[in-house]
Write a protein that binds this ligand. Structure first.
Ligand code: PGA
Length: 257
């Protein structure tokens, strides 16, 4: 299965922003000729999850941008995985680089969030990626391998059909700079190797591996299709439902061939 995941971040800030977005999304889905061989997931702000849940077109899944690792208790400002499930969330982003950067999320914290999403039956979208400095001066492969090893610590082989990894280089997010096809392929191979060593080939193959960072429909060959990725995680482009559907259609068409 191919995935397009739209992380709307904190961009739809009023009810009318959400309603305008949903109107356009419903309209685009109605007009779309695509055969349904992709999975689309849209992740709005938590406060509008219910609003989305009520109107999200059939066939598009509802996702959340983050979660807390405990289900209940004195954790001011946090959101329980049970609450997400209750309002119809099926997938949760874990370890997005903006969470790592602005909120100090460590690999250990991400691992607890992954476990909480898994334990509660939702799909994990684990975000991994290196900063520009890590790419220039460090062992980037070791950094990515450690992010995967840590996040999968408590994940069992039979849960991998609910586990998606998005490779999102930090320097590419919001910057309009993207890696080459070859660089993305190298990371895909690395991710598959780390997973295969831990789980064996058959189980590891169940994990969808996506690319994220400055994705646009015109770049789909470079960042996804030619690199043999299983889809994309999009930020800015996902704010335009027609672009979201255009990207989904490119994925759907490619998986028919
Ligand atoms: P971008 O964001 O597509 O706007 O670069 C991607 C992301 O943060 O997932």
């Amino acid at each position: 299965m191919k995935y397009v995941i739209a992380n709307l971040k904190m961009n739809l800030v009023t009810k009318s922003d959400c309603d305008r977005y949903l109107d356009a999304l419903v309209q685009c889905c109605r007009e779309s000729q695509a055969k349904k061989n992709f999975s689309a997931i849209v992740c709005p702000s938590d406060i509008y999850l219910e609003r989305f849940s009520a109107r999200i077109p059939l066939g598009i899944m509802l996702g959340a941008q983050d979660v807390f690792w405990e289900t209940k208790g004195s954790y001011t400002g946090e959101v329980s995985p049970l609450s997400l499930k209750e309002v119809g969330v099926r997938a949760v982003l874990c370890g997005h680089s903006e969470r790592r950067l602005y909120y100090g999320e460590t690999n250990a914290m991400v691992a607890r969030k992954v476990k909480s999403v898994m334990d509660n039956g939702m799909m994990v979208i684990l975000c991994i990626g290196e900063t520009a400095d890590e790419r220039a001066y460090n062992d980037m492969a070791a950094i990515l391998a450690e992010q995967i090893a840590s996040a999968t610590e408590s994940v069992s082989a039979d849960q991998l059909d609910r586990f998606v990894i998005a490779y999102e280089p930090r320097w590419s997010i919001g910057s309009d700079m993207v890696p080459t096809t070859r660089e993305i392929m190298e990371v895909r191979i690395l991710i598959r190797k780390v997973l295969t060593e831990k789980y064996g080939r058959d189980a590891a193959d169940k994990v969808a591996v996506l690319y994220g960072g400055s994705v646009k429909s015109e770049l789909m060959n470079q960042v996804c299709l030619d690199a043999d990725m299983d889809g994309v995680l999009i930020g800015r482009e996902g704010l335009d439902p027609s672009e979201l559907l255009k990207i989904a259609n490119l994925l759907g068409t490619s998986s028919e061939q």
